[in-house]
Design a protein around this ligand. Structure first.
Ligand code: SAM
Length: 277
């Protein structure tokens, strides 16, 4: 008998992939968690029925939420990842030798535990001595840590449940306050095809707080529409002006110095979406 996992991406669109084995399921205090081994993408983390990450294409998302900001800051010593319990963003942050401390503020400890067990390629870096893990609300965490961070990466789920607040103006103001005077942040801001209101709302919300705001795109096969957006917001540095080159030994599968610049070149429909009043 064939087993298929289906994600309802919109009320009229579904994404299905063939399942080899269910590796874990849990109902946590925050969400339903599943880790399934799929034929096309290998092991896959699913939260409340939504694909979070897969072994086959996680490198795109985790490199692109991390490196544009980290190669824009001249010396990122202290970095916070909000959400990101699978550990992939932390793994990419630690590729920067300047980083002395990487904080993970993930509300659901079960995501960390199951990712460590079934997704070691992604979660392995969480064991690094530079990493400090806080299991709790990332919003509350940042409120208690003003002026501490060079870079904050908001690697949250979609704006549902505990992540709703992570797409609010108050949260963006709290991130701004948690950053040092020359700090910058990146938030994942959903699909420019299926989630235009969320992307436009995040962009406008960040513009109300930060002087420099730039959205960029990456292709992620297992995410709704296969095209994903990130929005970088900065107090001082501009990714198209202050770009550092990778150090010798830097390893990536998607991010390149050329892509650092080209990913900010947006299709006309996205430009128009972001320029709406
Ligand atoms: N790459 C994924 C995406 O784009 O949807 C996100 C991956 S990561 C698994 C998302 C994490 O955000 C989840 O583990 C979830 O528990 C966490 N999260 C949601 N709301 C949060 C909050 N308020 N504070 C901290 N973590 C939160």
């Amino acid at each position: 008998m064939e087993l298929w996992y289906t994600e309802e991406q919109t009320s009229s669109l579904r994404f299905s992939c063939k399942v080899k084995e269910t590796l874990a399921t849990a109902q946590t205090p925050y969400q339903h968690l599943a880790i399934i081994d799929t034929e096309a993408f290998g092991p896959m983390l699913v939260l409340d029925g939504m694909v979070m990450t897969t072994i086959a294409d996680e490198f795109v998302y985790h490199e692109m939420i991390s490196h544009p900001a980290l190669f824009t800051h001249p010396c990122p010593r202290k970095v916070a990842v909000i959400g990101g319990g699978d550990g992939g963003a932390i793994r990419e942050v630690l590729k920067h030798p300047q980083v002395e401390k990487a904080i993970l503020a993930e509300i659901d400890g079960e995501v960390i535990a199951q990712s460590r067990k079934f997704l070691p390629e992604i979660a392995g870096a969480l064991a690094d001595p530079k990493v400090e893990i806080h299991v709790g609300d990332g919003f509350a965490y940042l409120k208690e840590h003003k002026g501490e961070f060079d870079v904050v990466l908001v690697d949250s789920t979609e704006p549902v449940g505990p992540a709703v607040a992570l797409f609010s103006g108050d949260f963006y103001a709290t991130v701004c306050a948690a950053l040092k005077p020359e700090g910058l942040m990146v938030a994942q801001t959903e699909s420019p095809f299926y989630n235009q209101e969320i992307l436009a709302g995040a962009y406008k919300g960040l513009q109300a707080v930060f002087p420099k705001v730039r959205t960029y795109l990456a292709s992620i096969p297992t995410y709704p529409s296969g095209l994903w957006s990130f929005t970088l917001a900065s107090k001082e540095y501009d990714p198209l002006v202050n770009q550092r080159q990778p150090h010798a030994g830097f390893v990536s599968k998607y991010y390149t110095p050329e892509l650092h610049r080209s990913c900010f070149v947006l299709p006309k429909f996205v430009q128009e979406l972001l320029s709406r009043p």
